[in-house]
Write a protein that binds this ligand. Structure first.
Ligand SMILES: [Zn+2]
Length: 329
């Protein structure tokens, strides 16, 4: 008991425990040799030995508790801890706004019976330009616009390669949307990014079964599903090498309801997508007879639709991945 003084360290306590109470300890030995004690003295000595054992065990317990209490006190003095403070909140990830918009767009087309087929980002000149009726001197092929990879490969400048890739290996009837990343040599700015996303869509069937009226109907249905059932839609004649006739679709500006604002450049309309009837040369390029088959095609920029739908005015925000921005969606 003298060795189990108030100041005993954990090590000293353990030494005493082993020396006295351990398997070969003094008291353990003594209890083991009780048989050699004369029978009439045995109860008294046994009782005494057990009492000593209990006293030492209690003393050890008291000292250990005191050591624990002291260690806690020291640690609290070193780094004060307010246990009533709320814990650290770890931010939870969620789906990026551009991915959310892409999924919404594809859901609308899928609900109209369009199959979703991704196609490659890395292309050759034929699938990105040639088969889409781009003349060999078309400025879009220029080094200024296209990232060329060497060996005749390039990063696709639009998802229209999806039309060629799918039609090459499938036969009509087809109704397909091809989502994916596209690349052009633009500086990242308020309106442009060197990498952006598009969704290409097209439908092909026997000649005469799919007309410009179907294209207009499908796009109107799509735009109302995306921007709301009361959205007003208009079509303007346009030009693209891979469609004839070609059109662009606008929606009534959702920021000013058509009265004119900065976003719609005071026209009351916002340009949303390009479309048209697939050019006979494109059908020929994939081995379809344009006398036998016809179809429509459209292409839309996902970032542009996201900017308008989410009311964001700077394309760069989507790519900077600042959590203060992302967590708003
Ligand atoms: Zn406006």
């Amino acid at each position: 008991m003298a060795e189990l003084a108030q100041s005993a360290s954990l090590e000293q306590i353990e030494n005493v425990r082993v020396k006295v109470l351990g398997r070969g300890g003094e008291l353990t030995e003594l209890l083991r040799s009780m048989r050699e004690v004369p029978a009439q003295e045995r109860p008294a000595i046994g009782q005494l030995a057990n009492q000593v054992k209990r006293d030492i065990e209690e003393r050890i317990e008291v000292l250990k508790n005191e050591l624990r209490r002291r260690a806690l006190g020291e640690s609290l003095a070193r780094a004060p801890l307010d246990v009533t403070l709320p814990g650290v909140q770890f931010p939870r990830g969620h789906i990026h706004p551009l991915t959310q918009i892409t999924e919404r767009l594809l859901d609308i087309w899928a609900a109209m019976g369009f199959e979703v087929i991704p196609t490659p980002d890395i292309e050759d000149d034929f699938h990105n330009f040639g088969a889409l009726n781009f003349p060999s001197d078309h400025p879009a092929r220029d080094m200024q616009d296209t990232f060329f990879l060497g060996d005749g490969l390039l990063l696709r400048t639009h998802t229209s390669n999806g039309q060629i890739r799918v039609m090459e290996r499938r036969q009509p009837p087809l109704a397909v949307v091809c989502p994916g990343a596209c690349y052009r040599r633009d500086e990242l700015s308020v309106r442009y990014s060197p990498m952006f996303s598009q969704i290409e869509g097209f439908a092909v069937d026997e000649f005469g079964k799919i007309t410009m009226a179907h294209l207009k109907g499908a796009l109107t249905e799509f735009l109302r599903a995306f921007f709301g059932p009361t959205s007003q839609v208009r079509f303007r004649a346009s030009f693209f090498p891979f469609t004839e006739p070609s059109a662009e679709a606008d929606v009534r500006c959702i920021f000013c309801a058509g009265t004119g604002c900065r976003v719609c450049k005071h026209s009351g309309w916002i340009e949303i997508l390009g479309a048209g009837m697939i050019h006979p040369n494109v059908l020929r390029a994939v081995g379809y007879d344009p006398q036998r088959y016809s179809g429509f095609a459209f292409g839309m920029g996902v970032e542009r639709l996201a900017l308008i739908k989410l009311g964001v005015d700077d394309m760069r925000l989507f790519f900077e991945n600042d959590l203060r921005f992302l967590t708003q969606f």
